[in-house]
Design a protein around this ligand. Sequence first.
Ligand code: MN
Length: 289
Amino acid sequence: MKIGTYFAYWEQEWDVDFFPYISKVANLGFDVLEIAGGGLADLPDDKVLLLKEEAERCGITLTVCLGLPANLDVSSEDETIRQAGLAYMKRLIDKTALVGAAQIGGIVYAYWPVDYSKPVHKEAVREISIRSIRELADYALPYGITLNMETVNRFEQFLINDAAEATAYVKDVNRTNVKVMLDSFHMNIEEDSFYDAIISTGSYLGHFHIGEANRKVPGKGRLPWDEIGRALREIGYDGTIVMEPFVRPGGGVGSDIKVWRDMSANASDEQMDADIAESCRFVRNVFCK
Ligand code: MN
């Protein structure tokens, strides 16, 4: 298993320069840096290649994550929006290949967060979404890129809320490069059992986000990391595991993630680094037995 973190632990905005985070996370003990798709899709090629070279120099695997905005919703019943979403995702797939990454995960099958002031047409939207993801999977296949469908809680999306829905969706898409992505924060809300959810997903699991129930770094809260690690070992999971901690309020990140108080205990930048390095060691100890 490769252990990583999302850059946004340190940032208040999604669209930032990822370059300094590559050596930073390597020095903190990680194998993987996850970057935001939004910034990557429109990054000039020369800057993308600099990220690729730096990742190779530092021995870091890059993964890409995003939630599509409403105007790029590939599950939209408005065909103009759907086509805009497909065009955007193909641009992102091109840049993902250029940066040397092989995985795009998140809410790439719909949009995020859902506007619940509008009616929900779950069945109709699911069919449209599957059609779009098949097209994107076929586009991504020659690059060797996998699309990971992130399973998120009901307050953020309605299409894929638990491992059972995610696995059924991925089976219906029926493409080898489309997989399930689980996230312990969302699982804590929606699943009866962490163990059963991971076991039932089995070989369909392509990527895994980890964080405590309140999105602190793993090891600081009450999620059952032993149980989660045991389930991952039982399915023979050998993929990427990326922590996605959010502990500081402020900016677009704080607002989108709904962090309204300082959950870092007023940590200095140095303490933030020490906390996540310790969490990285904790996760390796518990998962890679
Ligand atoms: Mn996540």
